[in-house]
Write a protein that binds this ligand. Structure first.
Ligand code: PMP
Length: 450
């Protein structure tokens, strides 16, 4: 890994970016994006010669790490052979990518509709559920993220939807389980599970089960805090869906493809949804790709009637070639097993140790390479380190914490009062320990606000 410093080139990149690139989720005049010169494995670097251990995986995406040589070679090989072809044709890499995904998804989710990313996967899963049931409404949890397109942002249960809320007809939110900040005054996981399921069923009763097409849940809630559901919750939702003829959609855009130390988070809970959305880890985002894995029952619905939806780039050959190479490399190199082992042996114990020693760490949640630290002002009251949806001065403690991580060569994934620990599934033990040491030092900045 060669990191050259070339600050002048970095300035030029930044100036060009600021002139013409309109950035996501940002007030354009208030941002100062880092100019990135290159990346490899668990690291990326800037033009000033600073190297960062990537504890964000670029929006929890590069499960296989940066620039995996087999994936890069597969993209290059495919580009030389066939760059693009419309979705209506049968193509070797598209069929192979679909087979490899279908083989790994749970149960009978054996047909794959490809999209360009997660939000489009959610949009299409919802459309399939509505067409399948003939019902209008879709239910989702308040603490969730499902994407930033029209329906997906409205299903999303975090405050970022407010600004773009078009009040999409038929979206109904409910509270999912989260014992640490229980909406149900529960004291045990069993209580939380039971009360969350009762709340869901009551919401369905008041909405009218005959009006509800689907319930969509992240198997493990990602962006909104790495919330691992209590044992029995997802099985309970599955039962409720079966009882009322509701389509169960699990959104594994973030949790899928190794992040939890299993191919899919659903494997951990022994539950099979009717539709499963994926993106990110399917090819580590080397070329945009997402999709919906479809159960035999729903696929059968579209055997004789057409599915009224499609995308020009659906199953793009470059994306599919990178997915085939990614999935094969993950299997050959034991990358999913590595994520599980790093979680169990290094990150889990290391993060719990940080929680014991730092007054600002209220709770540690997660598994594999999918963790969050819930930062608080006070461990007793669990008051978050920054208020909900804080911005500007109110968010200063988290901004200072993030800056302290970066100063120590660690790129964190910071969201509201949490720092998520989401490195590549390929991360080595020594790298993970380096990251923990940097976090340990940076948490002193958060502790100062307790
Ligand atoms: N669903 C989940 C669970 C996600 O985490 C995300 C992205 N963070 C999305 C959907 C949307 O994916 P995309 O940004 O690729 O549209």
């Amino acid at each position: 890994m060669t990191v050259h410093a070339d600050p002048q080139a970095g300035q030029a990149v930044k100036a060009a970016d600021r002139a013409h690139v309109f950035h996501s989720w940002s007030a354009q005049g208030l941002i100062d994006p880092l100019a990135v010169a290159g990346a490899e494995g668990s690291y990326f670097w800037d033009y000033d010669g600073n190297r960062y251990l990537d504890f964000s995986s670029q929006l929890v995406n590069t499960n296989i790490g940066h620039q995996h040589p087999k994936v890069v070679a597969a993209i290059q090989e495919q580009a030389g052979r066939l760059c693009t072809i419309a979705p209506g044709f049968a193509v070797d890499v598209r069929a192979e990518a679909a087979r490899l995904v279908a083989e790994r998804t749970p149960g009978d989710l054996d047909k794959i509709f490809f999209t360009n990313g997660g939000a489009e996967a959610v949009e299409n899963a919802v459309r399939m559920a509505r067409l399948h049931t003939g019902r209008p409404k879709v239910m989702s949890a308040y603490r969730s993220y499902h994407g930033a397109t029209s329906t997906a942002i409205n299903l999303t249960g975090d405050p970022r939807r407010w600004a773009s809320d078009s009040a999409a007809a038929g979206v109904v939110h409910f509270w999912g389980p989260f014992l640490y900040r229980s909406s149900f005054h529960a004291e045990t996981e069993a209580q939380e599970c039971e009360r969350a399921l009762a709340h869901l069923e009551q919401t369905i009763a008041f909405e009218g089960p005959q009006t509800i097409a689907a319930i969509i849940l992240e198997t493990i809630v990602g962006t909104a805090g790495v919330l691992v559901p209590p044992p029995g919750y997802l099985a309970g939702v599955r039962e409720i869906c079966d009882k009322y003829g509701i389509v169960f959609i699990l959104d594994e855009v973030m949790a899928g493809f190794g992040r939890t130390g299993t191919w899919f988070a659903a494997d951990l809970f022994d539950v099979t949804p009717d539709l499963l959305t994926f993106a990110k880890g399917v090819n580590s985002g080397y070329v945009p790709l997402g999709g919906v894995a479809i159960s035999a029952k729903i696929a059968a619905d579209f055997e004789t009637k057409p599915y009224p939806g499609g995308l020009t780039y659906s199953g793009h050959p470059l994306a599919c070639a990178s997915a085939v190479a990614t999935i094969n490399a993950m299997a050959e190199e034991g990358i999913v097993e590595n994520a599980a082992r790093i979680g169990e042996d290094v990150l889990g114990p290391g993060l719990r140790d940080l929680a014991e020693r730092h007054p600002s760490v209220g709770e540690v949640r997660g598994m594999g390479v999918f963790w969050a630290l819930d930062l608080v002002r006070n461990k007793e009251t669990r008051e978050p380190l920054v208020p909900y949806n804080a911005a500007g001065e109110a968010n200063a403690p988290m901004a200072e914490f993030a800056a302290a991580c970066k100063k120590r060569g660690l790129w964190p994934f910071v969201n509201m009062n949490r720092t998520h620990v989401v490195p590549a599934c390929t991360i080595g033990e020594a790298e993970a320990k380096d990251g923990l040491a940097a976090l340990d030092a940076a948490l002193a900045v958060a502790d100062a606000h307790c």
